[in-house]
Design a binder for this molecule. Structure first.
Ligand code: AMP
Length: 192
């Protein structure tokens, strides 16, 4: 099973992706988590990445495309995957679609997490206190949300049209358990 999650930072898609990946025994590919892991290397690349990520800006498409292509072809993803945080730009989405097509891989479900940006801001502020993430302070929240609106929202629009049969909008303001139930229903039975 192959799934793509869209949604602004703080929409809860990471939490849901973990739960749904576990339930369906597929890999959770969070590009944010993969990049944060790379920061531990403390090499030239990680210093560059840290600067970009802590400002709320996006890392280059080339780096992300390479990371995702390698992961998708690895044994980790034999049963499938949830892409959480990718594609985030038009260029990434073009690369992904071509890559999937070349490897005869289809996408089963696309979930788009919709939520009021005011709620998102409150959630991110709370998360910054709990997780001490350097990219979760008020100054960079606006940049992250702006990046979502400008770069990623158009991608989700294209996918909603291209994959209209497999595309589901999720009300991300609901309780975690309610969203989980809705997602499981769709992934198990193809309906909500
Ligand atoms: P996330 O945890 O998904 O919010 O990602 C944290 C940060 O990692 C983002 O603000 C970006 O700097 C970087 N990042 C994650 N995924 C991508 C992507 N697909 N394209 C570019 N940058 C990304």
């Amino acid at each position: 099973m192959r799934i793509i999650f869209f949604g602004p930072p703080g929409s809860g898609k990471g939490t849901q992706a973990k739960l749904i990946a576990d339930e369906n025994k597929i890999s959770h590919l969070s590009t944010g988590d993969i990049l944060r892991n790379k920061l531990k290397d403390n090499d030239t690349l990680s210093i560059k990445l840290k600067k970009i990520m802590s400002s709320g800006n996006l890392v280059s498409d080339e780096i992300l495309n390479k990371i995702v292509a390698e992961k998708i072809m690895s044994s980790e993803c034999l049963n499938g995957f949830i892409l959480d945080g990718y594609p985030r730009t038009i260029s990434q989405s073009e690369y992904l679609l071509e890559f999937l097509d070349k490897n005869s891989l289809n996408i089963d479900f696309i979930f788009d997490f919709k939520i009021d940006f005011k709620i998102v801001e409150e959630r991110i502020i709370q998360r910054s206190e709990q997780e001490k993430r350097s990219d979760d302070n008020i100054r960079v929240i606006k940049t992250r949300l702006d990046k979502y609106i400008i770069e990623t929202y158009p991608v989700s629009k294209i996918f909603s049209q291209k994959f209209s049969q497999n595309y589901f909008t999720i009300d991300a303001s609901q309780e975690i358990s309610k969203i989980q139930k809705e997602l499981l229903n769709i992934t198990k039975n193809g309906e909500n």
